[in-house]
Design a protein. Structure first.
Length: 71
């Protein structure tokens, strides 16, 4: 990603295009992925991210866990 600055500049200057890209991404996820797939992706992503951390994260007991049955 050597062109991040250029991509950000493009995004700032092309709001309609960026919104269309986001909408198409959202539609793809909704139409082609199951929640199980999305959850699996996030689990893998967060596990990889955790390996990069220089400290051990701890769970704040005061925070409530959000689950699909909490709706």
């Amino acid at each position: 990603m050597s062109n991040v600055k250029e991509l950000l500049q493009f995004a700032k200057e092309n709001d309609k295009v960026v919104k269309l890209i986001a909408e198409r991404g959202r539609n793809f996820i909704r139409d082609h992925l199951r929640m199980e797939d999305v959850s699996c992706y996030w689990l893998k992503l967060l596990k990889r991210y955790a390996k990069l951390l220089k400290f051990k994260p701890t769970r704040n007991k005061e925070y409530k866990q959000i689950t699909s049955s909490s709706r």
